[in-house]
Design a protein. Structure first.
Length: 143
C-alpha cells in the first residue's frame, strides 16, 4: 500500500477493488442487487487498511489488589495478580500466570530483591537445613 502514500491512491484502490470483486464473483453467486453493496464494502475495507493505524493509548499499570508494601507479611506473601496468600509465590506464578519471578517483578515495578518466599518460611527452611548439616564440608574418614 505504499503506492497510496505516493499519490496513486484512488486509482490503485479502484483497481484493487475491481480485482477482488471480480475474483469473488467468479466463484460465488451474487444477486445483481447486492453487487453494488459488495463493491462498496470491499472499497471501504481497502481504504481503511491504507489509513495509518491509530496510536495505542498509553498502557496503564494494573492496580494490585493490595498495596505493594502490605504484600509482604512474616508468614505469607500476597500475590499482586489475584490477592491470594502464599508461602512461596514462584510455583503459583508459573502455573496460573505462566510468569517467572523476574517478569512478575517487572510487571509490578518491584525491586530485584523482592522476596518470592515468606520471610518466616525462608527462616524455618534455613534453620532446618543447618540442623541437618547441609552446607558443611564432610569430615574425612580415617585413612
Amino acid at each position: 500500500m505504499t503506492e497510496i502514500a505516493l499519490g496513486k491512491g484512488p486509482e490503485l484502490l479502484v483497481e484493487l477493488t475491481a480485482d477482488i470483486v471480480a475474483a469473488y464473483v467468479s466463484n460465488h453467486v451474487v444477486p445483481v442487487g447486492d453487487l453494488s453493496h459488495l463493491i462498496a464494502d470491499v472499497h471501504t475495507a481497502l481504504s481503511s487498511t491504507s489509513s495509518p493505524a491509530p496510536v495505542a493509548a498509553a498502557v496503564e499499570k494494573p492496580k494490585p489488589p493490595v498495596p505493594i508494601k502490605k504484600s509482604i507479611e512474616d508468614d505469607y506473601l500476597i500475590c499482586l495478580e489475584d490477592g491470594m496468600k502464599f508461602k512461596s509465590l514462584k510455583r503459583h506464578l508459573m502455573t496460573h500466570y505462566n510468569m517467572t519471578p523476574e517478569e512478575y517483578r517487572e510487571k509490578w515495578g518491584l525491586p530485584a530483591d523482592y522476596p518470592m518466599v515468606a520471610p518466616a518460611y525462608a527462616e524455618a527452611r534455613s534453620r532446618l537445613a543447618k540442623e541437618m548439616g547441609l552446607g558443611q564440608r564432610r569430615r574425612r574418614g580415617k585413612a
